[in-house]
Design a protein around this ligand. Structure first.
Ligand code: A3P
Length: 290
């Protein structure tokens, strides 16, 4: 299997097969009851997907184990990769209400989602943990470009040259758009701090009232340890020629602040200075001291 090079689509680096099939993504027809779960990669996408699927299924854990994550909640821009995940028409054939995953920055999301006023849940995670998590992911995900050394990788993150582009613009743009569309903006760090509180927010956004017992069940089923053991959520359904989990597990650490074990003092200082510059003027803030 080959690691795909990145190609620019409207200035955003995307894996070659996505770029080659871009028109199909751009022209994708949303349905009014679609729910989009959008994130910069490694921000807690799978965690939020599992929470939402359980809310849709009213806490029925068996139903949430009916199929792997990517079948239950297809990946918008990767559904075109026949050999990897599903056939070309998979999303079109998925029955409503659909829960659709995307990593596309706001500007690249197919316009039909916004025209139909679809709901979106956006999960944001602090840049440093995202960068570390993405590094380990790119080592084990054999479709992504070779990550190189951690230092090289961190430079690429700062230069916005990784798949799906700039973390900085991603989190900023959805933040700016959240009140103009039906976007719920959630933080990974808040989910770690108090998952029940964040699950209640998601439920309210989805107009579901399931009661405390069900919320506690969802908290348990979507805890890191339980998801790590769940073959329908832990990435083991993805063949090892794509996800080589012997290199790094898909469910890796699930912590806030894991970056502290990877950034050197010099890397941290350079990162902070650059961060101030890139995030100037935005009101979105991240809590890393939890
Ligand atoms: P780490 O690599 O820091 O462990 P995504 O689903 O967007 O690819 O995000 C993956 C990151 O979320 C990984 O971070 C993964 O371990 C973490 N994660 C997945 N499920 C989680 C859960 N239930 N609780 C906390 N973190 C979780």
């Amino acid at each position: 299997f080959k690691r795909f090079p990145l190609k620019l689509v409207h200035g955003i680096p995307l894996m070659e097969p996505i770029a080659q099939n871009w028109q199909r993504v751009e022209e994708f027809q949303a349905r009014p009851d679609d729910l989009l779960i959008s994130t910069y990669p490694k921000s807690g996408t799978t965690w939020m997907q599992e929470i939402v699927d359980l809310i849709y299924n009213e806490g029925d854990v068996e139903k949430a184990r009916r199929a792997p994550t990517n079948i239950r909640m297809p990946f918008l821009e990767l559904f075109i990769q026949k050999s990897m995940l599903s056939d070309v028409d998979f999303l079109e054939k998925t029955s409503s209400p659909r829960i659709i995953k995307t990593h596309l920055p706001f500007q690249l999301v197919p316009k039909s989602f916004w025209n139909l006023n679809c709901k979106t849940i956006y999960v944001a995670r602090n840049a440093k943990d995202c960068a570390v998590s993405f590094y380990y992911f790119d080592k084990m995900n054999l479709t992504q470009p070779e990550p190189g050394t951690w230092n090289e990788y961190l430079q690429k993150f700062m230069e916005e040259k990784l798949s799906w582009g700039s973390w900085y613009n991603h989190v900023r743009d959805y933040w700016d758009e959240k009140d103009k569309h039906r976007i719920l903006y959630v933080f990974y760090e808040d989910m770690k701090e108090d998952p029940a509180r964040e699950i209640r927010k998601v439920m309210q956004f989805l107009e579901k009232d399931l009661g405390e017992e069900v919320i506690q069940k969802i908290v348990h089923h979507t805890s890191f340890q339980v998801m790590k053991e769940n073959p329908m959520a832990n990435g083991t359904s993805v063949p090892s020629f794509i996800f080589d989990q012997s290199i790094s597990p898909f469910m890796r650490k699930g912590e806030v602040g894991n970056w502290k074990h990877h950034f050197t003092v010099a890397q941290n200082e350079a990162f902070d200075a650059h961060y101030q510059h890139k995030m100037k003027g935005t009101t979105v803030t991240f809590r890393t001291q939890i």
